[in-house]
Design a protein around this ligand. Structure first.
Ligand code: TXA
Ligand code: MG
Length: 329
């Protein structure tokens, strides 16, 4: 298939929106990562998203809307708490898991009776969704298992020739995926950490919030957020995270790099500035893809230390990328 590249002009965005309405797939920028969009109410279109990504069909998608008033077609659930979250965090990188309304196709929610919704904080995304006039189901626009795309080149590497169109947006401002918050449980529960933090959510709700974030690979049964059970965000290279005091981490990375190079391996390293968590979020996926494109065999990454909540979200992604392989020094 010939993939069309759309500029971010009104005219091109209108054309891309028409493709969505007609059941096609369009990759578009958001503030977090690029999304691969389809009309959420069109089962065939959504089925094409699973196919294009090679995504397991029990892994539900986030539905993107442009106005809070559009939420009524997706959920019958609107408590005072939900309205507070919407007022404080939308448009923005917070996804809310809510009870699903009849009429939302099962294929979007992987058969769950809940639905994940957010309004992205990106003008191009908002224009596209408004013009399409339908809610837009969009997982990250990568082949399943690869790092999420934060630049248009990443999307093209994975999906050029596979989807109808790609919007030529800029670099994503946040760089890691949205925080996912389940509002269907008695205590609101964070299913995926992100740049909207636990503390921020608790401050707005004025109560305790729980977290149910899958770590490790020994997950029994159906996890609450099905996407979290798959090894995600993986580079092609093997990856090891080194954790400890900064000087020791640097020395260990140096030692392991020398050792592995002597054995004939091509080694790449990732070491972010200390405490620059926002910047680390912004750069992690790009760094992973960059090292893969250089044909590196082994990636040695320094763990972020003394993390705040954003650092915690970055470490969640880094450890997943490494398949939880970590050494402490
Ligand atoms: O920032 C983001 O969230 C990006 C941009 C494009 O909006 N999207 C994204 O989508 O990261 P995806 O499909 O890669 O991740 C969606 C996550 C998965 O872990 C999925 O299992 C979870 O949200 N999810 C979706 N619907 C759910 C539901 N009803 N209940 C629990 N988890 C759900
Ligand atoms: Mg994804």
């Amino acid at each position: 298939m010939d993939t069309v590249f759309y500029e971010i002009t009104d005219e091109d965005i209108k054309e891309a929106a028409q493709v969505l309405r007609d059941g096609g797939l369009i990759a578009f920028p958001t503030e977090t990562v690029y999304g691969l969009g389809a009309n959420a109410l069109d089962e065939e279109a959504v089925a094409k998203v699973y196919k294009a990504k090679g995504r397991p069909s029990d892994n539900p998608m986030i539905i993107h809307i442009a106005r809070a008033s559009d939420i009524g077609q997706l959920t019958p659930m609107l408590s005072e708490e939900i309205v507070k979250l919407i007022d404080n965090f939308w448009p923005g990188p917070l996804t809310l898991v809510l009870n699903k309304k009849e009429g939302v196709p099962d294929i979007v929610t992987g058969g769950l009776d809940t639905v994940a919704v957010r309004i992205p904080d990106d003008d191009v995304a908002l224009k596209l969704i408004s013009e399409a006039g339908v809610p837009v189901a969009a997982p990250s626009a990568n082949i399943s298992g690869k790092p999420s795309p934060t630049k248009v080149a990443h999307v093209a590497d994975d999906l050029d020739g596979v989807i109808d169109g790609i919007i030529l947006g800029g670099e994503c401002r946040v760089g890691i995926e949205s925080t996912v918050l389940d509002m269907t449980t008695d205590t609101p529960t964070i299913l995926r950490p992100g740049i909207v933090t636990w503390e921020q959510i608790e401050a707005v709700l004025e109560k305790d919030v729980a977290a149910n974030i899958n770590v490790g690979e020994d997950i029994e049964g159906a996890p609450k957020s099905p996407g979290m059970k798959y090894q995600h965000y993986s580079p092609d290279a093997a990856m090891l995270v080194v954790e400890g005091r900064r000087d020791k981490v640097e020395a260990e990375i140096e030692r392991l790099a020398t050792l592995n190079e002597r054995l004939g391996a091509k080694v790449g390293t990732i070491l972010f500035e200390e405490k620059a968590y926002i910047e680390a979020a912004n750069k992690l996926y790009d760094a992973l893809r960059e090292l893969d494109s250089k044909g590196v065999d082994l990636i040695l990454a320094g763990a972020l230390s003394d993390t705040d909540s954003v650092g915690f979200a970055v470490m969640n992604r880094m450890l997943k990328a490494a398949g939880y392989k970590i050494v402490k020094v």
